[in-house]
Design a protein around this ligand. Structure first.
Ligand SMILES: NC(=O)C1=CN([C@@H]2O[C@H](COP(=O)(O)OP(=O)(O)OC[C@H]3O[C@@H](n4cnc5c(N)ncnc54)[C@H](OP(=O)(O)O)[C@@H]3O)[C@@H](O)[C@H]2O)C=CC1
Ligand SMILES: O=C(O)C1=N[C@H](C(=O)O)C[C@H](O)C1
Length: 242
């Protein structure tokens, strides 16, 4: 029975993770939210999951390092400084960071990378996402991962080719760019659309999350896989065997 500690336990994902545990041979080892001490939780579990907020990441990683407890980071809205913190922590503990823990998205990433590589730069790539009205970051972490997958398929990076949002007199589309559009509203769990637009034809790849349980099951599976692993930065592909 894996004892999983949850940073962000009172949130939508935290609650979904608690609900997913009994069917997966895992038990909640407690939760930690705003105002709680993250160090106590890190000492009381086999592995941590963090679905909270970017502002909390530094304290959560410090607590995990001090307790030598592996951690799955699912929080999105992370910047370069957060990734530097994760890389530094990965020298001492096992860490898996991903913007999407679902099985279907893992498959979509592989398809997008492959399609981008095969189609080449004559096909324009646009990524659209829609989420519930409470989501606070944009583009979604998943959209950015899809963009990285597309860019890497073309031998590029998102830093070189990403264009987030368009407004006003933008000029015509620059060749080789990857555009992002974000919609927010209602209770949408998470929709992602990747469009490959050629001359006179389009290919559209879509993933629709219908229930947060898919992310929660993936997070529990990732945590169980990570528990007991040596220090290092791991990926969801390794968990899913893709
Ligand atoms: N990787 C994946 O597959 C997925 C990732 N996510 C990401 O997970 C994160 C959480 O999403 P969701 O559950 O919908 O969000 P919620 O707002 O519902 O929950 C966030 C939780 O984190 C806590 N929290 C917020 N700020 C802090 C802080 N500074 N210190 C400690 N705890 C804090 C909140 O506590 P309090 O209630 O006290 O404010 C709350 O319990 C987001 O970044 C989201 O994008 C979401 C779905 C899937
Ligand atoms: O905030 C959410 O809800 C979600 N966040 C993740 C993201 O930013 O990609 C994953 C999923 O789409 C739901």
């Amino acid at each position: 029975m894996t004892r999983i500690g949850i940073y962000g336990s009172e949130g939508r994902m935290g609650q979904a993770i608690v609900a997913a545990m009994p069917a997966l041979d895992a038990v909640p080892a407690g939760g930690c939210d705003v105002g709680d001490d993250p160090r106590q939780l890190a000492q009381a579990c086999d592995v941590l999951v963090d679905f909270s907020a970017p502002a909390a990441l530094e304290a959560h990683l410090a607590a995990a390092r001090a307790a030598r407890t592996p951690i799955v980071v699912g929080t999105t809205g992370l910047g370069a400084s957060h990734h530097a913190l994760i890389d530094a922590a990965a020298t001492e503990i096992a860490i898996l960071q991903t913007g999407n823990t679902s099985l279907g998205l893992g498959m979509l990433l592989a398809l997008v990378r492959d399609a981008a590589a095969r189609l080449g730069a004559d096909w324009d790539i646009e990524i659209a996402e829609m989420h519930h009205r409470e989501k606070v970051d944009a583009p979604s972490g998943t959209a950015l991962m899809l963009g990285e997958a597309a860019a890497s398929g073309r031998g590029s990076t998102l830093a070189e080719s990403g264009v987030v949002g368009r407004a006003g007199l933008t000029g015509s589309r620059a060749r080789g760019t990857i555009g992002f559009a974000s919609m927010r509203g209602g209770s949408v769990v998470g929709d992602h659309l990747v469009v490959f637009a050629g001359d006179g034809e389009r290919i559209e790849l879509v993933h629709r999350a219908e229930d947060r349980a898919i992310f929660a099951r993936g997070a529990v599976r990732a945590a169980q896989w990570l528990a007991g692993k040596p220090a290092g930065r791991y990926t969801m592909d390794q968990v899913l065997g893709l």
